[in-house]
Design a protein around this ligand. Structure first.
Ligand code: KIV
Length: 261
């Protein structure tokens, strides 16, 4: 898989599936699956480190997570997130950040938004870095929204997102994530673009879908956004396994003779 394959998948009408990953162990498992790509998302800040938003994530944290995932999933197409403000401090600083993440082994980089950093997106694309855009709910702008809210509900907001999507394509992005926008808007944008749209909370009309791995595994007992279908009862499995271990230790059933030297 590479950025060109994403474009071919769209042309062939083949859906793309992507998941997030932040660590070596899960990356090794994902390398055995048929998913089309792995996003080392800045959601790592929330999922792995317990921050309340992605704003605390910096390039160094993204470098560490990217390297771990690259070591575990050598054959997968790996996209790394440009963290908060790393692409807003001028072209040179943005390219330095991009260089760190590409040197860490990422095959592509994702950048939220487009207005005000068109030059960065274009220069990255022209420098041989496949750029994935991210529109709709941009988690790095959570405080501007006043919370994690569905975007593009009004006609003006919808037109603005559609315009930004077209701009991203013109600047050379190879794909765009559409997060938490009405399904009808995502469907319309998908039809208007030659590059694939990857939806999360954006309905079935996108060219592909992405979910946070821990959400699709059902690891969260207290966080259930409408769009995040759990394909496994991961939390139950973990809790049962740890309870079984605890019982076995306390009853003396673990370790057994065959588990001892
Ligand atoms: O950081 C992330 O996990 C993301 C996905 C939600 C698309 O940006």
């Amino acid at each position: 898989m590479c950025a060109r394959h994403f474009l071919r998948a769209k042309a062939d009408g083949r859906k793309l599936s992507l998941v997030t990953c932040y660590d070596y162990t899960f990356a090794r498992l994902l390398s055995k699956t048929t998913v089309d790509g792995i996003l080392v998302g800045d959601s790592a800040g929330m999922v792995m480190h317990g921050y309340r938003s992605t704003l605390s994530v910096n390039v160094e944290l993204m470098r560490l997570h990217t390297e771990a995932v690259v070591r575990g999933a050598q054959d997968k197409f790996i996209i790394s997130d440009m963290p908060f403000l790393s692409f807003r401090k001028g072209l040179s600083a943005a390219l330095d950040s991009a260089q760190v993440l590409m040197s860490a082994g990422a095959h592509a980089l994702k950048v939220e938004g487009v207005d005000g950093h068109e030059d960065v997106i274009q220069r990255m694309a022209q420098s041989g870095i496949p750029v994935m855009g991210h529109l709709g709910l941009q988690p790095q702008s959570v405080h501007a929204y006043g919370g994690f809210r569905v975007q593009g509900r009004s006609d003006a907001a919808a037109r603005d997102i559609a315009r930004q999507a077209k701009t991203l394509e013109e600047l050379g992005a190879f794909a765009v994530v559409l997060e938490c926008i009405p399904a009808s808007l995502a469907h319309e944008i998908t039809g208007d673009l030659g590059i694939p749209t990857i939806g999360i909370g954006a309905g079935a009309g996108c060219d592909g879908q992405i979910l946070v791995l821990q959400d699709l595994l059902g690891m969260n007992t207290d966080f259930h956004p409408k769009f995040a279908r759990a394909f496994s009862d991961g939390a139950r499995n973990v809790l049962d396994a740890v309870a079984n271990f605890d019982d076995a230790v306390k009853s003396g059933a673990f370790p057994a003779p065959e588990e001892s030297y």
